[in-house]
Design a protein around this ligand. Structure first.
Ligand code: ADP
Ligand code: MG
Length: 503
């Protein structure tokens, strides 16, 4: 494929040969790769070609039960994991980060094959960030401490708290950043001494299975980390119902998040949810409009827009509209979807044909609602699930394209007259995951940051995350904060110990 292909939308997508060889998938239970009890399998495909990548074992309730039992045994008193010192736990976490880096090229290619995302993103962002997450949490086991607390009740007493692992954690993750989402959940859970049953998304199981091999190499005791591959309503639901799982950590859709909460209430599992978003990207006329427009493109089109934090509602102040939009339109029109394995590609394939059609249907919905398509919005070719990134103008915040999460490369541009209107409309959403604000007026920026209901607010930047920085949602975007110190709270229970010192 020539370099020209990445600068022109007219050239059809040719595909490079892949180097990574995905293996047939088995379940990973108690430190071993095993077939599912039923022998059932399902296929995972390459979204850039539609080709079969591998057949993957489908876990039923009985397989989930085996995985939960392995995780339970690995968690209980006297197990090697429970006896392991925090320093040794830290060493294993560090080793996992190191092993991800050692195998980075291969893992990045697997991720790109399974998701359709550009290799540039897998190799420079997803996989190194996942390694960094293990390295970051390698610092934590030796620093998880309780408190001593002065009391007035009961006379003289010593009261202290212990931070203990919760137990068996069920972790259910989506397909948009497979290994990174695994790292966000697995690294802090291990740092706190929990054991894990993880279910990757059915569309993207390959890197979780490769990671399972690395846990053996890193010396993680059998049963501490288990992978059950399969579908949501079967494998995932069996996890949420299982009384042997103490906590469910979920990232995915609002609809499934609600269902998980409802089912988890039967066994009173701890639940943390990271759900969707419709993040406002608020650009004031006094901002550096060219920079704001360039970043706005990354904010919505990175990872084909398949991001829960996507800055999908671009609010632009009327006075800056023409200048901002000329940059945004021009650059969006030049963006090309290409072979995800080509190092120059910056826009890959969407995850599936079904998802592509859903995203395209939102472009039609926008038009019916009165928006205009400034650029893009059509499928490219018939092989693979590629589309031209779309910019919708003339959107108002009450339209479906401004209220519903599209999870694809569709930007909705909304004009506003003043800051009051921008803040009101930005908050007029069921979601509250993230927001961005662009202005040269630093006071105004902080004032707006306080008023926007979102778990993360970016000022003069967008979409950055760091493994040390808490991340999570307000409102329907979920609850609980992942990453940083916040995830230590998410994966520990606090135990209070009273010691009578009277007499
Ligand atoms: P998306 O629509 O983006 O695929 P989902 O919320 O459907 O997002 O899926 C996210 C993860 O949740 C996937 O691993 C999926 O298999 C799982 N899942 C889907 N439905 C359920 C369910 N009812 N119970 C548990 N997990 C589920
Ligand atoms: Mg796939």
């Amino acid at each position: 494929m020539s370099d020209a292909a990445v600068t022109s939308t007219d050239i059809l997508i040719e595909l490079l040969p892949q180097k990574a060889k995905p293996k047939a998938g088995k379940l990973f239970i108690n430190g071993e790769f095993v077939d599912s009890l039923s022998g059932k399998t399902f296929a995972t495909h390459n979204p850039a070609t539609g080709d079969l990548l591998a057949n993957i074992a489908e876990a039923g309730a009985a397989d989930v039960d085996l995985a939960v039992r392995a995780a339970r045994t690995a968690f209980e008193d006297g197990s090697p994991w429970r006896k392991m010192s925090p320093r040794d736990r830290a060493r294993i976490l560090w080793k996992l980060g190191e092993l991800i880096r050692t195998n980075l090229e291969e893992i990045a290619e697997l991720e790109t094959l399974d998701t359709g995302k550009p290799i540039f993103e897998s190799a420079k962002f997803d996989i190194p960030q996942a390694a960094d997450c293990f390295e970051y949490y390698a610092g934590w086991p030796t620093k998880i401490t309780g408190d001593t607390i002065p009391t007035t009740q009961g006379g003289d007493a010593l009261v202290y708290t212990l931070r203990e692992p919760i137990g068996v954690c069920g972790q259910i993750i989506p397909w948009n950043f497979p290994l990174q989402m695994l790292a966000w959940k697995v690294a802090p859970a291990l740092a706190c001494g929990n054991t894990i049953v993880l279910k990757p998304a059915e569309q993207t199981p390959l890197t979780a299975l490769r990671f399972a091999e690395l846990t053996v190499e890193a010396g993680l005791p059998p049963g501490v980390f288990n992978v059950v591959t399969g579908f949501g309503p079967t494998t995932g639901a069996a996890m949420v119902e299982h009384p042997g799982i103490d906590k469910i950590a979920f990232t995915g859709s609002v609809e499934v998040g609600k269902e998980i909460m409802r089912v988890a209430s039967k066994t009173l599992k701890r639940v943390s949810l990271e759900l969707g978003g419709k993040s406002p990207n608020i650009v004031l006329a006094d901002a550096d409009l060219e920079t704001a427009a360039k970043y706005a493109l990354g904010g919505i089109f990175f990872n084909q827009g398949e991001m829960c934090t996507a800055g999908s509602r671009i609010f632009i102040e009327e006075r800056g509209y023409d200048e901002f939009m000329s940059v945004l339109r021009g650059r969006a029109a030049k963006m090309v979807a290409g072979d995800p394995l080509h190092p120059k590609t910056r826009l890959g394939a969407l995850i599936s044909e079904e998802h592509l059609n859903r995203v395209l249907s939102y472009v039609s919905i926008g038009k019916q609602e009165g928006a205009t398509v400034a650029t893009g919005g059509e499928r490219i070719g018939t092989k693979g699930y590629f589309m031209k990134p779309a910019v919708l103008e003339g959107v108002t915040n009450s339209m479906r394209v401004a209220q519903e999460e599209i999870f694809g490369p569709v930007a909705s541009v909304i004009k506003f007259a003043d800051v009051e209107e921008a803040v009101r409309e930005a908050n007029n959403s069921q979601f509250g995951l993230a927001a961005a604000i662009w202005t040269r007026d630093i006071k105004k920026a902080h004032q707006i940051a306080k008023r926007v209901k979102a778990g993360t607010v970016w000022i003069n930047t967008i979409s950055t995350t760091d493994n040390g920085v808490p991340f999570g949602g307000y409102k329907s975007s979920g609850f609980g904060r992942e990453l940083g110190k916040a995830a230590i709270d998410l994966y520990t229970e606090t135990k209070t110990v009273w010691v009578d010192l009277n007499g």
